[in-house]
Design a protein around this ligand. Structure first.
Ligand code: SAH
Length: 394
């Protein structure tokens, strides 16, 4: 096995169990590793640090996965890791919910592997060359452990290009999922399209937040911005919202949302689904003077990296300022950011600026976070990406 020695003083992060070794930290590479090979990483003084996946294309030259030198990274190692991750999600999967994230990359000690369960199908994202090399073995283990109808590869993410990997989107094993696969979450049914839909098909990271938000919507007029297939809209309808207006720029998302309203037998007269840019639509509501009791803002990732932070902060501020202006006095704004680069304190600061600009007093009445199937390893704070605030706007 290829051995890599780090520069003097560069072992600290690995000792603290952070899983990334940046290319600038490498002192010596003994041997010629191929991309995706498992290598042994040592400190400058030859102390063993961890095993990891090597990659020559990425800024992260080694993704660490095992800190115990006595372990062998073989099929049974992968089997144990996968079984552990799957077992820790079983309490989420019950009669009310049959979709969740089974494996969450670094947080589950499998850097670059994401596995989402959608009823009887699995959707995989393979985002590191290390996982790409053992893809066939992983599919075999998942097949034996979970007995799914089909395993789909939905790895069309830019992260793959950073690792020098081609974009993939296709069936890995078994049956193709139907064009509209039925899944259940919080007792609500959704049609999802794994191949054509966004992310790996559905945003299951908002499961708990949809449920929490819905408890504030009884008898209320709700505006769900960036509604995708209707997560927040449908939970609000189920909880007795008088009306829901859903806005998304994607035609497929709006169509799917309408199907989901019908699927759950909600009264279509309570729902207005609008295909539009949210910023434009919010301005149109402002011009027409229409107000709402509860507004959800769940935009896509505005800051893909730290360098995009300033621009993203302005976009979040503007969006939230508009949202605040469209609420009845004392109305609620549920506002989210899924940008890892924007931490909760920064997000609160942005909201404070938005409130000042809107000329509103704002109270935080709840904080939202990512659910249990998207755990945050304490040594890997980068894994924390989803945050939100429930605000009362006075
Ligand atoms: N709230 C959703 C998830 C939102 S994901 C849920 O609970 O499932 C972000 C959504 O924003 C996507 O559906 C995308 O199509 C939409 N989107 C991105 N940019 C947009 C824009 N400028 N205006 C409206 N929708 C946008």
């Amino acid at each position: 096995m290829v051995e890599i020695t780090l520069k003097k003083g560069k072992e600290k992060a690995a000792l603290q169990r952070h899983p990334w070794v940046f290319s600038g930290a490498l002192e010596k590479v003994k041997g010629k590793p191929e991309d995706g090979d498992v290598v042994k990483v040592f400190a400058f003084d030859h102390e063993f640090l961890a095993y990891g996946y090597f990659n020559s294309n990425s800024r992260v030259a080694v993704r660490l996965l095992e800190w115990d030198e006595t372990q062998t990274i073989d099929i049974s190692w992968y089997k144990n890791r996968l079984k552990q991750a799957i077992a820790s999600r079983q309490f989420i999967l019950n009669k009310q919910t049959n979709t969740c994230r089974l494996v969450f990359s670094e947080a589950d000690f499998l850097p670059g592997l994401i596995v989402d369960q959608y009823a009887d199908f699995l959707s995989l994202q393979i985002l590191s060359s290390g996982i790409e090399k053992v893809k066939a073995e992983i599919v075999e283990i998942l097949k034996n452990e979970l007995n799914p109808k089909g395993i789909f590869d939905k790895s069309d993410a830019t992260a793959r290009t950073h690792e020098g990997l081609p974009i993939e989107n296709g069936l890995l094993w078994g049956e193709n999922p139907p064009e509209f696969l039925e899944v259940k979450e919080n007792g609500i049914i959704y049609h999802i399209n794994i191949a054509e839909g966004q992310k790996s098909g559905f945003y299951c990271d908002q499961r708990d937040n949809r449920h929490i938000l819905a408890s504030y919507t009884k008898g209320k007029k709700v505006l769900d911005c960036f509604s995708y297939s209707g997560g927040f809209s449908l939970n609000s309808l189920a909880n007795g919202a008088v009306s829901v207006t859903s806005v998304d720029s994607s035609g497929l998302a709006v169509e799917t949302l309408k199907q989901n309203v019908a699927l759950n037998k909600f009264d279509v007269n309570r729902v207005t689904a609008i295909q539009s840019d949210v910023n434009k639509q919010l301005r149109a509501f402002k011009d027409s003077g229409e107000l709402f009791d509860v507004i959800v803002l769940d935009p896509p990732k505005y800051a893909p990296s730290r360098s995009a932070l300033d621009r993203a902060a302005r976009a979040y501020k503007d969006l939230n300022r508009l949202g605040m202006l469209l609420l009845e006095k004392g109305g609620l704004l549920a506002t989210f950011s899924c940008s890892g680069a924007v931490d909760i304190e920064t997000f609160k600061q942005i909201i404070a600026w938005a409130a000042l600009d809107a000329g509103k007093e704002v109270q935080i009445i709840k904080q939202f976070c990512q659910p249990e199937d998207h755990p945050v390893r304490i040594s890997f704070p980068e894994g924390e990406y989803l945050k939100g605030l429930l605000l009362r706007v006075l």
